[in-house]
Design a protein around this ligand. Structure first.
Ligand SMILES: Nc1ncnc2c1ncn2[C@@H]1O[C@H](COP(=O)(O)OP(=O)(O)OP(=O)(O)O)[C@@H](O)[C@H]1O
Length: 272
């Protein structure tokens, strides 16, 4: 028995075990297993077509795995609908997500809170005191999030008129409005310039500091290396490395995968 007290193991927010999913003859994910520690930022990287978005779809049950399991804070998500998964606080953004046209920045964030409304539809239509109080609290929360992403001054601006970087931040803020416990972000830095990417890095660190676990698919290696606690690397559907950013960056298999795919080292900014 050790004379020293044992540090408790970190709580596991997400646990994927043996995930397999094929499309026709193509194995999009092949026996993929990993843990995501609660309160961490974990990055999922890999060349185009490696299976990253497929893994997000398996975790959120957009389609089920052909075999394997996903558990969320120890509870299996097998058979759960995407809505039930979101209601449990596992919230994702989509690679192609953009702002809702014709809505202001504030309204774009408010969209993320609708599933949490407790007032009945009739209560909302009749504007009962309960429904009004709930609406005011939602607006306050959306304003706090606008402040957090540095867009308080753009509260009433049509979101389509905002630069791409601001639109991407709004997308993340909308996901935060749903009060996630775990946030899955699919390429939030795609299309951003360097200063917009730096703002996104700060936001991700603030999200982690608030206790939310983040799993992020991202091609921008500087962002990944700056913010991630752990990095998972996929290649052609297989997990080829999982470790700290420094360990993964020095991993021969990772270097080879990236050299083969993009003729560039993963430490050189955007990898593909
Ligand atoms: N719904 C689908 N039907 C058929 N094939 C699919 C489907 N979804 C993904 N695939 C295939 O599975 C493989 C993995 O795709 P996936 O989108 O998960 O990769 P990725 O790592 O997210 O790629 P990228 O970085 O380009 O977004 C690819 O070969 C893709 O063509």
């Amino acid at each position: 028995m050790s004379a020293l007290p044992q540090a408790p193991a970190p709580e596991v927010a997400l646990c994927a075990q043996g995930l397999n999913r094929s499309f026709g003859g193509l194995k999009a994910t092949s026996d993929v297993s990993f843990d995501v520690a609660a309160g961490s930022i974990t990055a999922l990287i890999g060349p185009n077509g490696a299976g990253k978005t497929t893994l997000f779809n398996l975790i959120t049950n957009i389609f089920p795995p052909h075999s394997g399991t996903v558990s969320y804070f120890g509870t299996s998500l097998a058979g759960w609908s995407p809505n039930r998964i979101a209601a449990a606080g596992l919230i994702r953004t989509f690679q192609s997500a953009r702002v809702f046209p014709g809505m202001t920045a504030l309204e774009n964030i408010l969209v993320g809170r609708h599933r949490l409304n407790k007032a009945t539809i009739l209560g909302q239509m009749l504007r009962t005191p309960f429904a009004r109080g709930e609406e005011q609290a939602r607006v306050r929360r959306a304003e706090e999030l606008l402040d957090l992403i540095g867009l308080a001054a753009e509260r009433d601006t049509n979101a389509m008129e905002l630069p791409m970087g601001s639109q991407k931040l709004l997308d993340v803020a909308r996901a935060l409005m749903a009060r996630p416990r775990v946030l899955l972000l699919d390429e939030p830095a795609a299309g951003l310039n360097d200063s917009e990417t730096a703002e996104l890095s700060d936001l991700l660190l603030a999200i982690r500091a608030s206790g939310i676990t983040v799993l992020i698919v991202e091609h921008n290696m500087s962002l990944v290396m700056n913010v991630a606690d752990q990095v998972i690397v996929l290649e052609a559907g297989k997990l080829i490395a999982h470790g700290t950013p420094a360990a993964v960056q020095a991993d021969e298999r990772v270097i080879t995968a990236y050299l083969g795919a993009a003729e560039a080292s993963p430490d050189e900014g955007t990898a593909s």
